[in-house]
Design a binder for this molecule. Sequence first.
Ligand code: PEP
Ligand code: MG
Length: 889
Amino acid sequence: MAKFIYFFGEGKAEGNGNMRELLGGKGANLAEMTAIGLPVPPGFTITTEVCTEFYKNNRNYPASLKAELQENLAHLEKVTGKKFGDEKNPLLVSVRSGARASMPGMMDTVLNLGLNDKTVKGLIEKTGDPRFAYDAYRRFIQMYADVVMGMDRDLLENILEECKQAKGVQADTELDAEDLKKLVVLFKEKYKETLGQEFPSDPVELLWGAIGAVFGSWMNHRAIVYRKLNNIPADWGTAVNVQAMVFGNMGDDCATGVAFTRNPATGEKYFYGEFLINAQGEDVVAGIRTPQPINKEGGASDLPSLQEVMPESYDQLVKIKDLLEKHYRDMQDIEFTIEKKKLFMLQTRNGKRTARAAIKVAVDMVKEGLISEKEAVLRVSPSQLGQLLHPSLDPKAPKEVIAKGLPASPGAASGAIVFSAEDAEAAAAEKRKVVLVRLETSPEDIHGMDAAQGILTARGGMTSHAAVVTRGMGKCCVVGCSDIKVDYQKKQFSNRQGEIFKEGDIITLNGSTGEVMRGAVPTIQPDITGDFATLMAWVDKYKKLGVRANADTPKDARVARNFGADGIGLVRTEHMFFQGERIRAMREMIMAEDIEGRQKALAKILPMQRQDYYDIFVEMKDLPVMIRLLDPPLNEFLPQEDREMAELAEIMGMPLPKVKAIAEHLHENNPMLGHRGCRLGMTFPEIYDMQVQAIIEAACELTRDKGFTVVPEIMMPLVATYNEMHLLKERADKVAAEVMERLGVKIKYMVGACVELPRTCLIADRIAEDAEFFSFGTNDLTQTTYGLSRDDSGDFLPFYVEHNLYEHNPFISIDQTGVGEMVKIGCERGRKTRPNLKIGICGEHGGEPESIKFFHRIGLNYVSCSPFRVPVARLAAAHGALEEEMKKG
Ligand code: PEP
Ligand code: MG
């Protein structure tokens, strides 16, 4: 019979750290920590398999689960010496979620379960503290009503507020045992009034309720959003951990805290964390009270530290964190509770960190001999690396600091102030940049946090929800900014000077210093030296795939080179035809009525094109440059509005009706499948002749005058037939030969195909008879394989993704089963004719990590992506190679 529950306690565990898939991250690590002798409160983990079954079977549990739960409860009672529902010595448990990948704060938790009118007396007897016992009881009722029964949270919160008002006090802590006891009665009355049933008193019934709520929370809205954002499959499911309660809120010799074995924002090697005295676990993360630092390292706050207040527990904690880091060989994020001076470990997991910290920790751990270079490369996620490649605030730019908070997640962000997640999302839909300002954030805000440029909160510490989530997102965030007073009603905040900042006002955040500034402050380029360079050198050692850049200007080419590109994989020449004089000459060419007219206009464009290529070749020096000949339909170069047409008519000395007639003639209903790509080159060969001439002349001049070895790669777009490729190649060779002959310089060059149509993949063996390289244009290939318009799918594509009709947006990450298969077929057939055929891709997928790994696996030579994505692509390529190596063992 399948085993659905794994016990841990008393130094022994049925599970272990390698069982994440079954026990979830938390359950696996609780088992592992127990087994290595750490003080972990005993408990058991209900497996993720139960969650999967639960959803498969209409929210029913496997039949054998009930008996297994009873057995494990009995075991837990034995180990703790307490009894569930006992009046004298009650066992209380926490019920928590724990998926394979950590999803902080996204799912539900129930604490203090096991309390009822009888057991609360036992708790008083055991602790001698009626206030504590009734506080735990009323918290439990609130949590259960909200989390398990879905009752409006405010209903009970209002009763609590009324009670405080009646007594004339501010804080919950000022209520005494009698007040809290009364609250319990009032809460239960409200519960019955609202839900039409008594608050349950049977602990086993309560336990099943809580377990059901945690499994149920796997499908709540915020968990679904979080999974989408982090690519976590819905069928993984969550485990449920039931664990004996320990209390950090039994008095001033109790505490609870969260710590990282290294600084998760910078990666610096010192023990870093926060705690609260006399508090329960969630209080630290929820950001409701401002926590104290665990020690005084790294410019911690002035509040007394754990090291000062509870030195023995601190020393024990330091030993444990050293042991955990050695054991897991990675930076750990730990949760602990101190109950009456006794330390308990509640959780450990690999800590989420910023990209900067990820690199520093990885490089440091190699130096410390903890991990290998390969492991270090795998420790930094390619998608996260993008954070570092974007600008930060220019330190020399003038700035007016209006407030200061804690630097929770680095980077810089400017935008208009909004005060709700909904407003942030609405603004992003209109492409407006906003900064989301909140008292504190909660998991419900996740969609707004995703939409905003940056997040500012008035409350909360470095481990608050806002801090943890933004770090994972790579989004700039300042938290705990008590300098500001937020007024949601008036949609404004004020600072200490009493200045008012309203919705829509622009502010800038510096997530590395915690500063909040007025207006938009200019930014500077990122630093890619130091640890970054060290890691990237390892990356290059292990990657097999080349990484080129899509660059149309010398400036883009320089960025690409600085970011370590192996060459240019796509120069979209059409972009060169739009500025000033050029567009006029281009229009002249389009308007020309015969070959002579066209040639005359093209002769004006030729020197400009030559200079463009020359400048790009100079930037790239000895690296390869692939240039694609004109691709878009000609009408894209014509003005659309009447006023502009009239202007053009005047410049061209042509009657306006004639200009309009030509424009109308060039209009196409379906231009993406019309007169574009090499079809232009076939019908107006003089255009491609001019481009080839310009390319070869620039390369010859550089070879002759500067001793460069430029090997231009000339790419024919949208090739669909053998004849097209054959004739285009023949003609390009002829022009190149004439140029070389005329200039008396001989250079190497290549002519190849941009493979963007299914037909081209299917007849790739024939195409490769002439094409000396392939570059897959996966944007068009996705469009043409799916029959899905690149331009018109924006409205319905999100629906398809949301309803799992498409696994993801195929224009972002390559559709491996369909479009990817086309690429594979194209490679195989092309290489049948030409075994050494050089193959790359130049669509947007060239910068997307999952796609890059796929292209590595199917044996491409390189990917090409936007210049800023080059380091991301290099890292993803290394991941592809190392993952393959690991698979082969
Ligand atoms: C492509 O289709 O993938 C491509 C690179 O060309 P473009 O995006 O310019 O059509
Ligand atoms: Mg294309």
